[in-house]
Design a protein around this ligand. Structure first.
Ligand code: UDP
Ligand code: MG
Length: 312
């Protein structure tokens, strides 16, 4: 019998853990697969770990990786994949926004040859216009500046064949975007659509700050455009300040008192300082990346693992 591993990152989901476990049991009852759930407790502050410990004692197919602190969803999902030894791995959220009922469709696409099944969110119930707008903007920019294309509305609700997961284990990046890395790897891909419901319990943990950081990380890890942008801005500034200087000299020469030279110099200097700072900031983003990659710290630290086979 083929084995399916489900990877679920958990951050403050005490109420949702039993619900998603039950929902998955319902789905797999009707399927002839061996299966396991790998919950990665990403430093939850509520009773999630307790709930997981109890569940894993009762049910041997429930495995738990307990992080020593919050490392973020991308890292938690990655860790789950490092410890997942199924023939296929499905990643999904704990809050039931990713409908377990879609899993049979995933599996039939996989059985007919797909190596990655990715999903596109049709509409998300209970999501405000700002989140929709910012997510749309993110994909618009991402696809324009990076070589890896990512469809708007794709989610972390995915199936990956064992081959993909094996390749994934060799990706050493630290500041990572799970989805982006899977898209980057290629493989035979199939698409599925689903309607995301509202999160069942608790609040969405992805603050705008975290989302912005994720967006910046994905821009810098999949595209060198921001780095080149500094150069483009440099050219632009040279042209603008050059023209200003030219106009300034011309008005002086024609003896017209349109701008005082001092005003022009002051304004253009301020403008220049702003731009230079922006460029420095952009370059700093990349240097920060080099710094974190080079420091070679482990991606995560596991305090304790339950029912989990040793990493190969
Ligand atoms: N999550 C996590 N670490 C975090 C934030 C979230 O493991 O720092 C998990 C969370 O428990 C859930 C999934 O990532 O299973 C998606 O989180 P959330 O529902 O907050 O995000 P959204 O639905 O807005 O994408
Ligand atoms: Mg959610």
């Amino acid at each position: 019998m083929k084995k399916i591993s489900l990877v679920i990152p958990v951050y403050n989901e005490e109420k949702n853990i039993p619900l998603i476990t039950e929902a998955l049991e319902g789905v797999f009852k009707n399927l002839s697969y061996e299966w396991e759930i790998i919950f990665v407790n990403d430093g939850s502050k509520d009773e999630s770990l307790n709930v997981l410990q109890k569940l894993s004692q009762k049910k041997k197919y429930i495995k738990v990786l307990d992080f020593s602190r919050n490392f973020g969803k991308e890292v938690a999902t990655s860790a789950g994949c490092h410890y997942a030894w199924g023939d296929a791995v499905i990643t999904m959220d704990a809050d039931l926004q990713h409908p377990p009922e879609s899993i049979p469709q995933f599996l039939s696409l996989w059985e007919s040859g797909a190596e990655v099944v990715y999903t596109v969110r049709k509409e998300t119930q209970g999501v405000g216009w700002f989140k929709k707008f910012s997510s749309g903007l993110f994909y618009w920019i991402f696809n324009r500046i990076s070589d890896t294309k990512s469809e708007s509305g794709t989610t972390d609700f995915r199936l990956m064949d064992k081959k993909v997961i094996e390749a994934f284990r060799n990706l050493p990046e630290r500041e990572r975007m799970f989805r982006g890395l899977i898209d980057w790897m290629g493989f035979r891909r199939e698409r599925l659509e689903f309607v995301a419901g509202e999160r069942k319990n608790g609040v969405a943990q992805y603050s705008y700050g975290k989302l912005l950081r994720l967006a910046l990380n994905s821009f810098t890890s999949f595209s060198l455009f921001p780095l080149r942008l500094a150069g483009y801005l440099g050219i632009l500034i040279t042209i603008i300040s050059g023209s200003l200087l030219f106009i300034m000299l011309l008005t002086r020469f024609l003896d017209a008192q349109v701008f005082t030279p001092l005003a022009i110099v002051a304004v253009s200097t301020m403008f220049l300082i702003g731009i230079v700072l922006m460029c420095l900031g952009l370059i700093a983003l990349y240097i920060a990346r080099i710094h974190t990659e080079v420091s070679g710290r482990p991606l995560y630290i596991i305090r304790e693992s339950l029912n989990v086979a040793k990493k190969k």
